[in-house]
Design a binder for this molecule. Structure first.
Ligand SMILES: Nc1nc2c(c(=O)[nH]1)N[C@H]1C(S)=C(S)[C@@H](COP(=O)(O)O)O[C@H]1N2
Ligand SMILES: [Mo]
Length: 167
């Protein structure tokens, strides 16, 4: 088993209702179901997950779909540079430079099991670069909105995550 911290599952999160929508400055708005994702090439990534609250879950193994492959399907305009990732728990959202988002995986399994809902199942964004922050590993990912200019006000994930930490 993994030792990610158990957090409560927000009320709005219903895994049975899950789809992933990609919209914004794209030539095709697309929507994927979990079954759709099964046909995409997948990859496994080993990871130690460190939260800013000072706990670490070591030796996790994520299995999922390369986000860049999903983004290509929506055919972002050549000028597109950012992606805002939204989740099923309402206002939680985080923006990424598109290149960085493309290099992330949309994890569907953790340690060989379907990703449990309490850890973001059915689908969790897992950035794997050295500069990643814990709040960027977005649980219950439901939508990616692409844009040509940066998102500012809508980037609430960092704020929400840090507000939970007692300094
Ligand atoms: N949608 C969503 N994703 C989220 C969060 C959240 O509140 N909502 N919290 C983030 C933070 S701060 C951390 S540390 C991890 C916690 O993951 P865990 O619940 O699997 O331990 O999820 C991240 N992803
Ligand atoms: Mo965190």
């Amino acid at each position: 088993m993994n030792d990610l911290k158990p957090h409560g599952v927000p009320e709005d999160v219903d895994p049975a209702e899950w789809t992933l929508r990609i919209s914004g400055t794209v030539d095709r708005s697309v929507r994927f179901t979990l079954d759709d994702l099964a046909s995409y090439s997948s990859e496994t990534a080993a990871d130690d997950f460190a939260c800013a609250e000072r706990w670490v879950a070591e030796g996790l193994s994520w299995y999922g779909v390369h986000v860049g492959t999903l983004l290509e399907h929506s055919e972002p305009t050549a000028e597109s540079e950012y992606g805002l990732v939204r989740a099923m728990d309402g206002e939680y959202a985080c923006s990424f430079p598109l290149a960085r988002l493309s290099d992330s995986i949309l994890a569907l399994e953790l340690d060989g099991e379907p990703l449990p809902v309490e850890h973001g199942g059915p689908a969790r964004l897992v950035p794997l670069d050295d500069d990643r922050d814990c709040w960027e590993s977005i649980k219950w990912v439901s939508e990616i909105v692409i844009d040509e200019s940066p998102f500012t006000d809508a980037d609430t994930a960092k704020q929400l995550a840090l507000s939970r930490i007692e300094m």
